[in-house]
Design a protein around this ligand. Sequence first.
Ligand code: MN3
Length: 228
Amino acid sequence: MKRLTLIFVTLIFGITSQTNKTMAQEYTFPQLPYAYNALEPYIDAQTMEIHYSKHHRAYFDNFVKAASENGVDNLSLTDIFSKVSTLPAAIRNNGGGYYNHVLFWKIMGPDAGGQPTGRLLEAINATFGSFEKFKTEFENAAKTQFGSGWAWLSVDKDGKLFVSQTPNQENPLMDVTAKRGKPILTLDVWEHAYYLKYQNRRPEYVSNFWNVVNWAKVTELYEEALGK
Ligand code: MN3
């Protein structure tokens, strides 16, 4: 009898904790994985502090509010993004702003740069011709995004790499984007990401980005995206 009760309680608790997968559990404002000055001299400490603690924080807070008001706070980000065209703009703008920055912080780091190795490097070479050619394509996506937006390296549904750009806070997981996939590398080209240090010199910010890319993390995301 005790054993049965235990099974029953475990079952109920299990079901409850699954259906109660609330925003508080899934959507958390992450710690920055390094100090504000860790990416100096390429990204300055003041930009990092304002970008993370003000811009990113505001996207997160507004997303939590909008998701709750629109009754989608029980859905995963992937599910929200896959039908974002049917939801109010506040979800797209703030949900994107929240997710995109989480990825952006993750794929940068101190003592980074260089180039990837192993399977990711092989895939880059096979897709773009060489690592240098990939960099040029990614830089072009970042430089030619008119106004605010992002450049991306993603994995499509067939496991193929592709480079793309998105306006505002859109991303390749969203059903509003032309080419969809799982992002593994991204660069924020909103002016708030570089203006204090680079002013109008976006190309210089873009080429310096390679010095802070954490390829170990990007490789991890690549393997995850392939489902291996
Ligand atoms: Mn930003």
